[in-house]
Design a protein around this ligand. Structure first.
Ligand code: G3H
Ligand code: 13P
Ligand code: ZN
Length: 325
C-alpha cells in the first residue's frame, strides 16, 4: 500500500551516484524539517542546477509529520519545475539514520526514494543481517539503501559516541557483497554537530582511509556524514547576537572538496544550515526587538540558508551544473 516515490516525481540515488562518481562531485544531502529549509534547498539547487537529496531524520519526520512530508516532497518537485522552466532538478527523499526495518517500511509507504539503515553501532554480523533485511525489502520497491560501517563520534538522535571507530577497510568488500547495499557511509574522522574537533587538535579527516577503501571497492558510492564545516563567520555572528558557541570547529571545506572528487558521492550537511538559520534569526531579533511577524525573521533566515547551500554546491561539492548530466 502507500504511495510510490515515482508517483511523486522523486528519484532514487542509483543514477545520481553513478553520475557523481563519473563527474568527480558529490550530491548534497541537506537535512530539513520545515518549510523554510525546504524552500531554500530547492531554490538554491534549482538556481545552480544541482541534483539534491532531501534528508529527513527519524526525529525530523516526527517533528514535521509523515503525511505533510509526503506532500512537501511532491510540492518540492513541482516548485523546482517552476524554477527551471519545467525541467526540474532530480530530487531524492532520503531517511537519515534509519534504525529499524519498521521505520524503513513506513518511510517507503510514505514516498521515500532512499533509506539509510544505520547498523554501525551493532556488532559486525548483526549489522550485516540488519542491513541485508532492509535491502531485500527496499529493493522490491526500487528504493536505494545506504549502510554504515564504522562509528562517528558525536550525537545523532538518541545514539552518541565519544570516540570515532574508523571504518576498517578490510571489512568493506565483505560488507558490500553480503548486504548488497547501494552506498556505504564510512567513518574517517568527521562527526555530527558543531563541535567536531577540540581546540589544539589537528582538524583533519583520514582521507588515507577513504583512499584505501576506494581501492578495495572501486567505483562504489561512499557517503560522508558529519561534513559541516562550521563556518567561523557564522559562529561569530551567533555570538555577536547573543548566542553561546565556544570552540565550535568543523571539517575544512578543502578536505570535503577533496573527498567529493573521489568516491564520495553523497555529503551530509545539517549543522551548517542550523547555524546559518539561527544566526540570521538572532540578528533580526537583536536589531529589531519590536518585530513579531515570523516572515520578517524566517525570510532572512531562508535567504541566508539559500546562499549557504548555493555555495556548498558550487565551491565545495562540485554538484552545481550537473542536474541534467
Ligand atoms: O545525523 C544527524 C542529523 O544531523 C539529524 O539530526 O536527529 O537531530 O534531526 P536530528
Ligand atoms: P553535520 O552535523 O556535520 O551537519 O552532519 C549531518 C549528518 O551527517 C546528517 O546525517
Ligand atoms: Zn549522519
Amino acid at each position: 500500500m502507500g504511495i510510490s516515490y515515482k508517483e511523486i516525481g522523486l528519484v532514487n540515488t542509483r543514477d545520481l551516484f553513478a553520475k557523481a562518481m563519473k563527474g568527480g562531485y558529490a550530491v548534497p544531502a541537506f537535512n530539513f524539517n520545515n518549510l523554510e529549509q525546504l524552500q531554500s534547498i530547492i531554490q538554491a539547487c534549482s538556481e545552480v542546477a544541482s541534483p539534491v537529496i532531501l534528508q529527513v531524520s527519524k526525529g525530523a519526520r516526527q517533528y514535521a509529520n509523515a503525511t505533510l512530508l509526503k506532500h512537501l516532497a511532491q510540492g518540492a518537485v513541482a516548485f523546482s519545475k517552476e524554477l527551471t522552466k519545467g525541467k526540474g532538478i532530480p530530487i531524492a527523499l532520503h531517511l537519515d539514520h534509519g534504525d529499524c526495518l519498521d521505520l524503513v517500511k513506513d518511510c517507503i509507504a510514505f514516498g521515500f526514494s532512499s533509506v539509510m539503515i544505520d547498523g554501525s553501532h551493532l556488532p559486525y554480523e548483526e549489522n550485516v543481517k540488519t542491513t541485508k533485511a532492509v535491502v531485500d525489502y527496499a529493493h522490491q520497491f526500487d528504493v536505494t539503501v545506504e549502510g554504515e560501517l564504522g562509528v562517528l563520534a558525536g550525537v545523532e538522535d538518541e545514539v552518541s559516541a565519544e570516540h570515532h571507530t574508523y571504518t576498517r577497510p578490510e571489512e568493506v568488500v565483505d560488507f558490500t557483497k553480503r548486504t548488497t547495499v547501494d552506498s556505504l557511509a564510512i567513518s574517517i574522522g568527521t562527526s555530527h554537530g558543531a563541535y567536531k574537533f577540540k581546540p589544539g587538535q589537528k582538524a583533519e579527516i583520514r582521507l588515507d582511509i577513504l583512499h584505501e577503501i576506494e581501492k578495495r571497492i572501486p567505483g562504489y558510492p561512499i557517503v560522508l556524514h558529519g561534513a559541516s564545516s562550521v563556518p567561523q563567520d557564522l559562529v561569530v555572528k551567533m555570538r555577536q547576537y547573543g548566542g553561546k558557541m565556544d570552540d565550535a570547529i568543523g571539517i575544512g571545506e578543502d578536505q570535503v572538496r577533496e573527498a567529493a572528487r573521489s568516491a564520495v558521492c553523497k555529503v551530509n550537511i545539517d549543522s551548517d544550515g542550523r547555524l546559518a538559520m539561527t544566526a540570521a534569526i538572532r540578528e533580526v531579533f537583536a536589531k529589531k526587538p519590536e518585530e513579531f511577524d515570523p516572515r520578517k525573521y524566517l525570510g532572512p533566515a531562508r535567504e541566508a540558508l539559500k546562499e549557504l547551500y548555493k555555495r556548498k554546491c558550487t565551491e565545495v561539492l562540485g554538484s552545481a551544473g550537473h542536474a541534467w548530466d
